[in-house]
Design a protein around this ligand. Structure first.
Ligand code: SF4
Ligand code: SF4
Length: 138
């Protein structure tokens, strides 16, 4: 049986996050924090897991999330970038290679209209894209 290739498996996708952009950290929405990201984030900013949850997160359908409100950036965005960069959530690590962004070429183009890193820089290895999709499923 032959498995049909996804569109992004047939043509290389270029991506390079642009220095000092941070647009995706200011977009209103929800950032999912799994247990590892909560532990990492709390450790980096040197607070307990309980305080981290209380200060920054809320429960949404069983998941811990940080809400980025309209007109306000993510609470972890500081002048230098993400304050919890080395332990940031999978969702942030995976962007823009999210399932919803790769549904079609036109969707990817739409993402490129927002993210200046899409379509530039080196080709992203298929193994890396598959890993992003496997690890961040929400
Ligand atoms: S919008 Fe794109 S280029 Fe800008 S910070 Fe986010 S991933 Fe990087
Ligand atoms: S956690 Fe960090 S990378 Fe993720 S949205 Fe917030 S500032 Fe951006």
């Amino acid at each position: 049986m032959t498995v049909r290739k996804k569109w992004w498996e047939k043509e290389p996708l270029r991506f390079e996050c642009q220095a000092d952009c941070f647009k995706c950290c200011t977009k209103p929405g929800i950032v999912y924090f799994d247990q590892a990201a909560i532990k990492n984030g709390a450790g980096i900013i040197k607070v307990s897991v309980e305080v981290f949850k209380k200060e920054f997160l809320r429960k949404d359908e069983g998941h811990w999330v940080h809400e980025v409100e309209n007109g306000k950036p993510c609470a972890f965005l500081i002048e230098e970038g993400c304050a919890i960069n080395s332990g940031k959530p999978l969702q942030c690590r995976s962007y823009p290679f999210w399932k919803e962004n790769l549904t079609s070429k036109s969707m990817w183009k739409l993402v490129g209209g927002f993210c200046p890193g899409v379509g530039v820089g080196p080709e992203t290895a298929l193994t890396a894209i598959r890993q992003f999709l496997a690890r961040f499923k929400l």
